[in-house]
Design a protein around this ligand. Structure first.
Ligand code: HEM
Length: 432
């Protein structure tokens, strides 16, 4: 046992086992929690990390712990060249967007997208979100009319295209083909079952799609996030004093071309996969808790409360990657050594959360303090948009189909096998 071992006696030299994405998210969380709030585990390829298993530990890790940072420059194993070639989880951990930056660099990268998410800009999207939602529900109704007893996959036919259309609207991307190409590329890039070559090709494809989008917006800018970021990158409307070194001189908020593309890639993935699974998981929770659905139908609670309860009961993010210790750091009796990584078992620690494991899916409870959108300096920028999308989608869906029901028994639902996402592969429903 290492001389650095803290009070728990656990060290990264002896992982308690591998994280297993084939296990149900919450069962795995309960299993690991038995070892303590911070547990050493191994990831695919034998890469080791600490995992926060409780709400308290997760909050400490996410909030601005002075000795935990996001920059992979502080990851000992990466710097020592110990990761397997083509390690599939690397895109979750390395990049040149705000998600992988700290301090002044993080603030600069985050500032560049903030204007797209002000309360005014988000509220202005409401009519478009309502329209897109109704269009998709119209398409579903046509399908249901032609085969009234058939089931439809609500994830594939509603949650997925709705979340994708909204993010593409934000980016200023029109044309269904381009939207689907983006999504396919990023899904393949993060697919653990794909080969190294396939993942690499998908990453190149996504980069190329985004590069072409940026080039188009340089020629014909619009009122969208991509054009905002291009303006910031090119230093347009930023006053005097810009240099080519981002963050290098006082008042220079410019992005590099790589940061611009990586920021778009982050917002695309962070803003699509999360929303679509949050929506699917919440509908799933409501259909399996009809007493809660009745409270909503009777108007006693609003749809925003349903989304919040869904996020806590079955959040869309299984694991959050990674923070690194800049020095030996004690967290709840366990020592994380300098250069070691920590991840957060987000969905499991949130369900276990503030109200205790027995609390259940309850839309009447206050869910203040949950961690589904993170905490601290990297708190989700898109939370207001996600909340708006989710509550409009739930309201319109159940208004249009008040007798919506699950098309299979809950035990038949299958879960996505993913190191990051928590959600079902499909949600078959009867529209009624
Ligand atoms: C229900 C939906 C969503 C959930 C559950 C969610 C969750 C999260 C979480 C947990 C983080 C913190 C990551 C960390 O600390 O490592 C985060 C960050 C982020 N989210 Fe979201 N998110 C959602 C929707 C969105 C949307 C709609 C957008 C944008 C369109 C978005 C953009 C971002 C960005 C840019 C960050 C990085 C912030 C930073 O590093 O400073 N998210 N999100």
């Amino acid at each position: 046992m290492s001389m650095f071992a803290g009070g728990s006696g656990l060290t990264l030299d002896e992982p308690v086992g591998p994280l297993d994405p084939t296990l149900p998210t919450h069962a795995e969380g309960s299993l690991l929690r038995r070892y303590g709030p911070l547990v050493p585990v191994s990831l695919p390829g034998g890469v080791r990390t600490w995992a926060a298993t409780t709400h308290e530990a997760s909050r400490i890790v996410l909030e601005h712990h002075p000795h935990l940072v996001k920059s992979p420059a502080y990851w000992g194993a990466l710097q020592r060249g110990e990761l397997p070639d083509g390690w599939p989880l690397l895109p979750f951990i390395v990049g040149e967007s705000m998600l992988f930056a700290d301090g002044a660099d993080h603030r600069r990268l985050r500032r560049a997208v903030i204007p797209a998410f002000t309360p005014r800009r988000v509220a202005a999207l409401a009519p478009r979100i309502e329209l897109l939602t109704r269009e998709l529900l119209d398409e579903l109704s046509v399908a249901a009319d032609s085969a009234p007893d058939a089931t439809v996959d609500l994830k594939e036919r509603f949650a997925y295209p709705l979340a994708l259309r909204i993010i593409c609207e934000l980016f200023g991307i029109t044309g269904e083909e381009r939207q689907i190409s983006l999504r396919d590329h990023y899904a393949n890039m993060l697919d653990l079952a794909a080969s190294d070559t396939e993942r690499h090709a998908a990453a190149l494809g996504l980069h190329e799609d985004l590069r072409l989008l940026v080039a188009a917006k340089r020629v014909a800018p619009g009122d969208d996030l991509t054009s905002d970021l291009v303006r910031t990158t090119d230093g347009i409307g930023m006053g005097e004093g810009g240099t080519d070194q981002p963050g290098g001189s006082k008042g220079d908020d410019r992005l590099t071309e790589k940061e611009l593309i990586d920021t778009l890639q982050l917002v695309l993935i962070a803003g699509h996969e999360t929303v679509l699974n949050a929506l699917t998981n919440t509908v799933h929770a409501l259909l399996t808790h009809p007493d809660q659905l009745d409270l909503l139908r009777e108007g006693e609670h609003d749809w925003a409360a349903a989304l919040e309860a869904g996020l806590v009961w079955d959040g869309p993010l299984r694991n959050l990657y990674m923070r690194f210790a800049v020095q030996d750091t004690e967290i709840l009796g366990t020592t994380v050594r300098k250069g070691e990584p920590v991840i957060v078992l987000l969905a499991a620690s949130d369900r276990h959360g503030t109200a205790g494991p027995e609390a259940g899916f309850d839309i009447t409870r206050s869910h203040r303090g949950h961690l589904a959108f993170g905490a601290g300096p990297h708190f989700c920028i898109g939370a207001p948009l996600a909340r708006l999308e989710g509550s409009i989608a739930l309201r319109e869906l159940f208004r249009r189909h008040p007798r919506l029901s699950l098309g299979v028994s809950p035990e038949e639902l299958e879960y996505v096998v993913s190191p990051a996402v928590n959600g079902v592969t499909a949600l078959p429903v009867r529209l009624g």
